[in-house]
Every structure is written in C-alpha cells, then in structure tokens.
Design a protein around this ligand. Structure first.
Ligand code: MIC
Ligand code: SF4
Length: 634
C-alpha cells in the first residue's frame, strides 16, 4: 500500500477503497479558524452535541484581525466561549496562523485532520492525512460523525536530487502547479517520495502540501521519517512521532518525477496560482509592494533566510515591504536571536502573526501595482485592488527583489544557509485549554445572524439563468472577502449583497428580484477557499442549482451540504446553448436526484440539455431533504 491508503485504511468507517467510490473516515483532529469558524460553531450548536468527540479540536483566531469596528471582536468572543464550553482548545489572536500553529503544536503523523480551511493539507508536511472542508462537515466531525469523501486516486510525486541554492520548496510546488494546473489534483492525493525528501525540512514539506490545495487536490502527504522526528523533538513532542511510509512495492495511479537539480526559481503570475513562469522571464519588472508571510511561507526557516538577505541593507525606495510571521513562536525566536532587528532595520513593516494581506485584510496595493507575495493565492481582486497584478514567489525571491526594487532571482545572491533549530521556543500561554474553564457562558454579538437553511427539494425547479460565467470561477469571485466584508462572516443577509460582485455587481439585485434561479458556469467552478459562505449566500438568494462543466471538490460539497444541486453538462458543448436571462426548468427533480440524470429544459430556446449529478448515495438523500442538517434530523 501507499501511505495514503494506509492512513485511510486505519480510519475507514464505511465504503470500499476503490478510487471514485464514496468512503467515510474517522476524524482524529479538527481545526477551525475565525472566518469560517463562527458559522461552523453555529452549525455545531445546531447538532446539540455537548462535548467534541475528537482526540483534539482547536479553534484558531487568525483571519479577521482588523477590528475596524466591534464586529470582529464580538465574533472572537463567541468563538472563544462556544469552543471552551464544548471541549475545544482555543488559539487566541496573536498566536499565529492556524496551519502554522497546528503543525508546531498539535499535528501528529498518521492522524486524520479535518479543517474548515482549504489549506488544512499543510499538516501533510508532518505525515497527517489533513483535509479541508466546509464548516458544516467540520461541525459534524467534531460531533463524532465520520467524514465522507470520494476515495481519491493517489499520485506519486517523486523528488530526485537536491535543490540548488536560491531554489526553494515554493518552486517545487509551483513546478507541480505548472505541470498539473489548478484543476489537475481534483479527486487525487499527492504523495511525495524520493531521495530529494531527505533535504526537505518539515516546514518546507508543509509549504508544498499547503499549496497543493491550489491543485484542487483532496490533500498532499509526506512520509513521517527522521526529519519529522527531528521537528517534533525540537517542538518538545517526540512522543507524537511514528515512522510512516509507503511499502516498498506500493503502487500509485500516476507517477510524476521532478528533478530538483534542474529546478529554477518560479512565480505564479496574475491571476492564477497555475499561471507559472520562470523568474528569469520576469526579471527586471518594477515592483511596488512585497508581502512576506501567510500559511505557505512564514516559518522560522523562511523568515531567517529573509533576515539574512535583508541584513545590513535597505529596501528599495519604490517598494513597501511587509512581513507577517506565521506564529508567535516564529516571531519570538526572531526577536530573541536578533533577526527581527535585521528585518526591521532594512525598512520592512512588521505585521501581526495572522493571515493579514493574504486574505485582503489590509495592505491592498496601490492602483495598477505589481505586488510580489509569498502567499498561495493571487486570484483576481483578492488583494482588494482589482487593477493590481499579484505574483506568488518564494521568500528568497521576495527578499532579494525587495532590495533591488525589481523582480530578481535569488540564485547567486550571497546569504548564509539557515539550519533547523534543535529546540523551538515553546510557550503555549495563548492556547486556552477547555479543562481549565468551567461554566463558560456563550457570548453572542449582534453581528451573529441566523444562517439560511435549505428546504426539501421541490418537484419542479424554475427560474432564469441569472448569470453565465466562464472557467475557473473562484470562491473569491463568488463570495469576496476583503477587509470590509470579512467582518460580516456571521451575517449571511449582509454578505448576500456582494455575491458574485467580482463578476457582475448587479447579480445580487437581479437574483433577489427574480426570487432566485440558476447559475451557469464553465469548468472548475468554486476553486479556492472552503468558505461555506460561497454556498450559503447563493442559498439565501434562492439559487436552486449551479450548472457547470465541472466543480472544485470543497465547494461542490458545500453546495450539496446546503441543498443546492451541482449539475454537470453531459456534453460540455451544451454550455454554449444557454444565455444569461434564458428561462430554465427542471421537472421531477427528486427522482432525477435518485437516477443522477437530469434534463434541463431551456424554455427560451426549446432545447433539452442532459445534465449529470456526480454524488454518493448519502448525498442523494441529503439533496432531497434540502441539505445535510435536514437529512441528519430526518
Ligand atoms: C483562504 O485562503 O481563501 C481562506 C480565507 O483561508 C479560506 C477560508 C475562508 O474563506 O475563510 C480557505 O482557504 O478556506
Ligand atoms: Fe490565511 Fe492566507 Fe493561509 Fe488562507 S491562505 S489560511 S487567508 S494565510
């Protein structure tokens, strides 16, 4: 068996481990963050479960940190109180980004982790099977329910050789994105093997598994080996170590070889993580802003390298450089060893240990800016500046370019190597343990509004094609999440006025006026975030079905969990036969769910269009009942 199969087998609750079939696995750990967390905890409360049934569940507060009004702070208070009263650990604001902190303090090789954030696969860097999901799935897992997924294909990515100086883990995952594109990982797990592994530390492996989310993959995983042990030991957690790897004769569905010796620094160009080009081709382009941080590249090692590059030098006059450390552990260690002073002295602006600019929560660049970021996503307008061009690069490329003011390759730059510390600085005083608290009263701010609930599926679904979209529509298009909107993650009615506003500002008003209808889209609809809001807001606007050429995994599950039909064109060419404003109708929807075959009647043109529903048996029932919570009640 390969490692993925081994971990799945050890957690299998139901189903056969044949790729493409639905299985259910037991979940050992969960994580939530605050921008998806409020909704997840409201849903968890709706299940009526008293205490979490997992081995460890942690609620992180790391996304909504701007606190421009009372709203964020109110949500934080709700999360802290609801978590502690249900047996859930809380990582307070300031402690760091969920994925970085979870890797440092809680992740365990061989365990399953379900997180209400699409970058939960970061845990794969330490040998976990770590999967991102919608808040409702995480809420159910906290209550002890298994997690249902399609048994993935397993792709072996074999790393040969060793990276040259200036070429990094970020360049490895950018190379994988160049090969597979942003939909090439759908229905697959990326499993890394090969001699190159021994040169990659846990934080570097975590950079690769983190950004595997951009492939649309179910998750990515590295074996647990001597390097993993060294990391856990340095975190004072060697007791959590188990050795794990694929059998020598393991088989895989696909095999990709990457020769690390051949790799050069890369960048993902606007507006997709899959639009990869060599830095050499972009070199010399003037840069306005550089942001170093995010759950992809803000580890101690990353920022130490940045500090070495910046030491004794000054950021170019045309550049604004920000640095957000991934965790308080990282920030404190940099402060103690003097590296922070080197970073500050160069002219960098230090931001708090949080997502910050990565989610458009501050630091929107100026009009038409070129912004280099060490993050994982550069979707259109995610930075909050629609005309800005965001390039995703390694911390080394970012730091070197900050000094020159133009895109510059770090190959050949003169900076010392950085070794993994033998001991990380351990201080868990911002992590609250539920056992230390009794009779916690749940605090609910005014911002927390009831979330919409799906209704049993009607026989006939009728309405207009309210919008016709192209390929690769992201969750940032569907439910934008800039600083102004992030504070309303607990308020679906408010957010509904911004649904798909990145594509067409009139869409919400049109949907409301028509009392709902259909969304028509191209391939890979819903790529990106796990935010359930991208399903709850269309539900609130009365969307009955999304008809697309294909869907991204998490978003498709979120639609079904909320009772919205994700329907796929049987003949992709039929996409052309629907125009915005056409009147559409589906008859006998519940019986079509049971056969998974639908006929969409375009009343405007008279054409009948065959559609397919790709889902498991459990989801059929769920769609008929109008979503996951309804079917559970049933
Ligand atoms: C993201 O990177 O897009 C986010 C913000 O972390 C999301 C979660 C969210 O939308 O709250 C994700 O990746 O799931
Ligand atoms: Fe936060 Fe950005 Fe990571 Fe999402 S991708 S969890 S917003 S740092």
């Amino acid at each position: 068996m390969n490692l993925t199969q081994k971990i799945i087998k050890a957690h299998l609750v139901s189903g056969q481990m044949n790729a493409g079939e639905e299985i259910a696995i037991r979940i050992d750990q969960t994580l939530t963050q605050d921008s998806t967390g409020t909704m997840a905890y409201l849903q968890f409360e709706a299940t009526g479960v008293d205490k979490v049934k997992t081995e460890r569940s942690v609620a992180y507060i790391d996304h909504n940190m701007l606190q421009a009004s009372q709203l964020n702070a109110d949500d934080h208070a709700y999360i802290q109180s609801v978590a502690l009263s249900h047996g859930i650990y809380v990582s307070k604001p300031g402690n760091g980004i969920c994925h970085q902190v979870h890797l440092e303090r809680f992740g365990k090789p061989g365990k399953t982790l379900l997180g209400s954030d699409s970058h939960t696969p970061t845990g794969g860097g330490i040998g976990m099977l770590a999967i991102g999901a919608g808040g409702l799935d995480v809420a159910l897992a906290m209550g002890g329910a298994p997690f249902y997924l399609i048994m993935p294909k397993v792709v072996n990515i074999e790393l040969k050789g060793q990276l040259k100086k200036g070429v990094t883990a970020k360049d490895i995952i950018l190379k994988v994105l160049e090969i597979l594109t942003t939909s090439g990982g759908v229905g697959k797990v990326m499993e890394y093997t090969g001699e190159g592994l021994k040169y990659l530390t846990v934080p570097e492996r975590a950079t690769i598994t983190n950004m595997g989310a951009e492939l649309g993959a179910t998750t990515s995983v590295f074996p647990s080996d001597e390097t993993t042990l060294a990391f856990l030991k340095a975190q004072g957690r060697e007791a959590d170590y188990v050795a794990l790897s694929a059998d020598a004769d393991a088989t895989y569905d696909e095999h990709i070889v990457i020769d690390l010796n051949e790799l050069a620094p890369l960048a993902a160009c606007p507006h997709s993580p899959g639009n990869v080009k060599p830095i050499a081709e972009l070199a010399g382009k003037k840069v306005d802003q550089i942001c170093i941080g995010s759950c992809t590249n803000s580890s101690y090692l990353d920022l130490m390298k940045v500090a070495k590059i910046l030491k004794g030098k000054t950021v170019a006059p045309n550049v604004s450089l920000t640095v957000s450390p991934g965790s308080r552990q990282v920030l404190t260690m940099l402060a103690e060893n003097g590296a922070l002073a080197d970073i500050i002295s160069s002219g960098a602006r230090i931001l708090e240990c949080a997502c910050g600019p990565c989610i458009g929560n501050g630091q929107s660049p100026k009009q038409d800016a070129v912004s280099l970021r060490t993050f994982n996503r550069n979707f259109f307008n995610r930075s909050g500046t629609p005309s800005a061009d965001v390039y995703l690069v390694s911390p080394e490329t970012a730091a070197v370019s900050a000094l020159t003011g133009v895109i510059t390759s770090p190959e050949g730059a003169d900076f010392e190597d950085v070794a993994m510390p033998e001991k990380f600085l351990i201080n868990d005083n911002l992590i609250l343990k539920p056992d230390d608290f009794e009779n916690v009263e749940i605090v609910r701010g005014d911002n927390i509004k009831p979330f919409p609930k799906g209704k049993a599926l009607a026989r006939t679904l009728e309405g207009e094609a309210l919008i016709k979209l192209g390929d690769d529509i992201t969750t940032d298009h569907i439910m934008p999440s800039n600083a102004a909107l992030l504070a309303y993650r607990s308020n679906i009615p408010y957010l509904s006025d911004y649904c798909l506003s990145n594509c067409d500002k009139e869409f919400p008003a049109r949907a409301k006026k028509q009392g709902g209808g259909f969304i028509v889209a191209g391939s890979n609809y819903g790529q990106g975030s796990s935010r359930e809001h991208a399903a709850l807001v269309p539900l609130y606007l009365g969307i009955k079905a999304v008809v697309a050429k294909s869907f991204a995994r998490i978003h498709k599950d979120n639609l079904m969990n909320n009772g919205i039909l994700p329907l796929v064109f049987v003949n992709a060419d039929d996409y052309e036969s629907i125009s915005e404003g056409d009147k559409l109708r589906i008859d006998d929807a519940p019986s079509s769910v049971m056969t998974r075959a639908f006929t969409l009647v375009n009343e405007t043109t008279g054409k009948e269009i065959p559609l397919r529903l790709e889902c498991g048996d459990r989801q059929q029932n769920m769609l008929i009942c109008g979503g996951s919570l309804n079917s559970i009640k049933h």
